[in-house]
Design a protein around this ligand. Structure first.
Ligand code: HEC
Ligand code: HEC
Ligand code: HEC
Ligand code: HEC
Ligand code: HEC
Ligand code: HEC
Ligand code: HEC
Ligand code: HEC
Ligand code: HEC
Length: 466
């Protein structure tokens, strides 16, 4: 006989309320505690965490498996289905993923798929080749605290405790923080999100190792390049720092050590949902900009002396921010969102799917919008942009080396005006390099900047006769 770990919701809500009212563990008595399972179900969290519960209840996690009790629980009018499908629907006990129907087999006690499916796009019931076993193949990720030995879940779908671990002791301890798990470690999500697009591709992304370049901050070691390490680095380099910034909370990397997690699932996604598509913390368009923009205002520019900085992709794409009065220049892709090229088909590696280098039939980073060109022609554009930019950067670096050598020999060689021209050229060159796309983000702008850099360096070389 199958054992259910589920306990009556009323008991648990009652427990949550009692505790919320300040009636402690002792009041429930030792016998009562023994009867309370480790996993108490999301309902038990409602009383004290109403906002989390309310937001979570709107997510796919909460609605992954829906119990079918009344006619209105079904996605469509049952009487509209063909008679043989109506017979299947009469047996249905659960709606899975909004499309399939489950019923417990009277023989084995296992949950099995029925021979009917809901086609949401067409708005109708269609036949489905059911019969396969939900318990053995799907329940471990589509329910909470699945116990294979008992063929039982604590809760259908992804409840609070799927991520936070068992909640009983936390509740009996009136919200004892030491008895509940909560952190930004992406392993929480990776236990179920094992697929390539999200899980393994994130693991190989730069985001998954983003704390490495700033970790020395915790030891207050000086950066070899003289860059000061500070807590603010973690606003973009760690999940913890980023979310603290979004919430307007103070953040100390040192105090948070060793918890600082790289830019992971719960940095970009709100695990509890917030109404945004895909549970994103910000819209997909804004999210990338929050870290990949230097915040240079319209009409503003990078500094001519001092650090140019990094994370300048947005400015470069939009075509603004260069020093020395170079005219802002929108390119053909200035209005295109980062994810269109960097997350093709939801690929979380954020790598460009280079034309001609993707699997046969797969989309590359440009296919979505350029349906009428060949992969070879798109690759040729990309190569031309990057090669031309690279050649001009190399030439400029040679000029800079010549000038710097002369200045090293004679520190007062450049007058104030010449020094300004020289520093402007150097800052603008760094701007292009720090964008890191080698001109691909906005080729027109890259050329405008590099032409200016090259003529400025020529001007300085002529003035000093080198
Ligand atoms: C290793 C964990 C795991 C197992 C096992 C698993 N799934 Fe999933 N499934 C997921 C995750 C995570 C998602 C959501 C992310 C995604 O779409 O990749 C998902 C999404 C889905 C969706 C899409 C839901 C939607 O609304 O978009 C369907 C349908 C689905 N699974 C069916 C199944 C079926 C059928 C089985 C058993 C044969 C199964 N899954 C087994 C983890 C799993
Ligand atoms: C999909 C996984 C997941 C689910 C489901 C989930 N949480 Fe969380 N929760 C997290 C993660 C990860 C954090 C830490 C990141 C953060 O603070 O947003 C967190 C943080 C929290 C926090 C403390 C930080 C804050 O937001 O104030 C509370 C309280 C909380 N969760 C309660 C709940 C409750 C109650 C539920 C169910 C109604 C729930 N969670 C469901 C993953 C989850
Ligand atoms: C009796 C009230 C009560 C109930 C019921 C309750 N909690 Fe809490 N929870 C608290 C209190 C109080 C805190 C601490 C808030 C604080 O100090 O910031 C807390 C904090 C948390 C945190 C934050 C942990 C951290 O390290 O910041 C999480 C996560 C959490 N609860 C999850 C849950 C889950 C999941 C459930 C349901 C299984 C639940 N809680 C039920 C009272 C409750
Ligand atoms: C117990 C397994 C499990 C865990 C743990 C889990 N997920 Fe999921 N997740 C799923 C399943 C199953 C779905 C598909 C739900 C559906 O739509 O039917 C899903 C769907 C999603 C979606 C798509 C939501 C949408 O609107 O389409 C996002 C985003 C997501 N999960 C993020 C996370 C994050 C972030 C974490 C960790 C904090 C996490 N998940 C932890 C199983 C899990
Ligand atoms: C740098 C930000 C970022 C990180 C880190 C991130 N995601 Fe996402 N995720 C996104 C964006 C943006 C989308 C929407 C993509 C789109 O619209 O094409 C998305 C979509 C999703 C979806 C649902 C849509 C789909 O592609 O089917 C799931 C599920 C998901 N992410 C899971 C995860 C998991 C699991 C992790 C951690 C292993 C993770 N994400 C880490 C930004 C992120
Ligand atoms: C929380 C801040 C944050 C957010 C949000 C964010 N990124 Fe990043 N991103 C980083 C950091 C930090 C790095 C550098 C990591 C490293 O190299 O150590 C990075 C690196 C990258 C890289 C370089 C990859 C490589 O192989 O060198 C790309 C591309 C990228 N991000 C794209 C995106 C896209 C697209 C989005 C939006 C979906 C996004 N990022 C959102 C912080 C963020
Ligand atoms: C506003 C967000 C933001 C802040 C703040 C920030 N970074 Fe970054 N950082 C990024 C992004 C995005 C990338 C990846 C894209 C790039 O290189 O421009 C990155 C890349 C880097 C890299 C190159 C990583 C590699 O793998 O090559 C280093 C090093 C770095 N950051 C150090 C720092 C330090 C040190 C600080 C603090 C002084 C800091 N960052 C503050 C967003 C930020
Ligand atoms: C029109 C397509 C397109 C758009 C839109 C786009 N990128 Fe890129 N990005 C590229 C290409 C192409 C490269 C060069 C890739 C290479 O050299 O392999 C690149 C390179 C990068 C790099 C250097 C690391 C790497 O992956 O090579 C970062 C970081 C980056 N982009 C971030 C962003 C961010 C952030 C946005 C949005 C502000 C954005 N990109 C918008 C096409 C795009
Ligand atoms: C989300 C849509 C989108 C994506 C993705 C995209 N483009 Fe474009 N592209 C446009 C638009 C819009 C224009 C401007 C209108 C036009 O000229 O057709 C454009 C114009 C161009 C042009 C003509 C520019 C000129 O100087 O005349 C080239 C070449 C080009 N794109 C190449 C690429 C390459 C290579 C990729 C992939 C790395 C790519 N695009 C990805 C939307 C996109």
């Amino acid at each position: 006989m199958r054992m259910w770990k589920m306990i009556p919701a009323a008991l648990i809500v009652g427990l949550g309320c009692l505790l919320a009212l300040g009636i402690g563990a002792n009041a429930t008595g030792a016998t009562a505690n023994d009867q309370i399972p480790e996993y108490v179900g999301s309902q038990a969290c409602l009383g004290c965490h109403t906002d989390h519960f309310t937001h979570w209840s709107e997510t796919g996690h909460a609605n992954d498996l829906v119990q079918l009790i009344r006619a209105k629980d079904f996605p469509g009018d049952i009487s509209s289905a063909p008679p043989e499908l109506q017979a299947e629907l009469q047996k249905a006990q659960w709606l899975a993923f909004g499309e399939r129907f489950l019923a417990r087999s009277p023989e084995t006690g296992q949950l099995m798929y029925l021979n009917v499916q809901w086609d949401a796009a067409a708005g109708q019931y269609v036949a489905y080749n059911g019969g396969s076993d939900f318990d053995a193949r799907c329940a471990s990720c589509h329910s909470t605290a699945w116990d294979a030995s008992q063929s039982a879940w604590s809760e259908p779908g992804v409840g609070c405790e799927a991520c936070h671990g068992p909640g009983r002791e936390h509740i009996l301890g009136k919200g004892d923080l030491s008895k509940i798990r909560s952190d930004f470690n992406s392993n929480t999500c990776l236990q179920c999100h094992t697929g390539a697009r999200h899980g393994t591709n994130w693991e190989v992304s730069a985001h998954a190792r983003s704390t490495a370049p700033v970790i020395r901050n915790e030891n207050h070691e000086p950066d070899p390049n003289g860059v000061p390490y500070r807590d603010s680095c973690f606003e973009c380099h760690s999940s913890d720092g980023f979310v603290a910034k979004l919430r307007g909370e103070e953040f100390s990397a040192t105090a948070n050590h060793p918890n600082n997690q790289p830019v992971g699932c719960a940095a970009c996604h709100d695990p509890h949902g917030n109404g945004n598509p895909d549970q994103l913390r910000q819209s997909a368009e804004q999210l990338c900009l929050t870290c990949h923009s230097a915040g240079i205002p319209e009409g503003g520019s990078i500094p001519v002396t001092g650090r140019v900085g990094h994370h300048l992709q947005a400015e470069f794409l939009w075509g603004r921010g260069a020093a020395g009065g170079i005219k802002p220049t929108e390119g053909p892709h200035s209005q295109v969102a980062c994810i269109e090229c960097h997350m093709v088909g939801g690929d979380h590696s954020t790598k460009i799917a280079v034309p001609t280098q993707v699997a046969a039939g797969a989309q590359d980073s440009c296919t979505k919008c350029h349906t009428d060109s060949t992969p070879e022609s798109r690759k040729a554009y990309l190569d031309t942009w990057q090669r031309t930019t690279g050649t001009m950067i190399d030439a400029a670096k040679k000029d800079i080396a010549v000038i710097e050598q002369a200045v090293a020999a004679n520190p007062n060689l450049l007058d104030e005006a010449q020094a300004l021209v020289f520093n402007t050229a150097k800052a603008n060159l760094t701007f292009i390099e720090e964008d890191r796309s080698m001109g691909a983000h906005n080729f027109e702008y890259a050329m405008k900047i590099l032409n200016s850099v090259s003529s400025q360096l020529k001007q300085v070389r002529e003035a000093i006769g080198r």
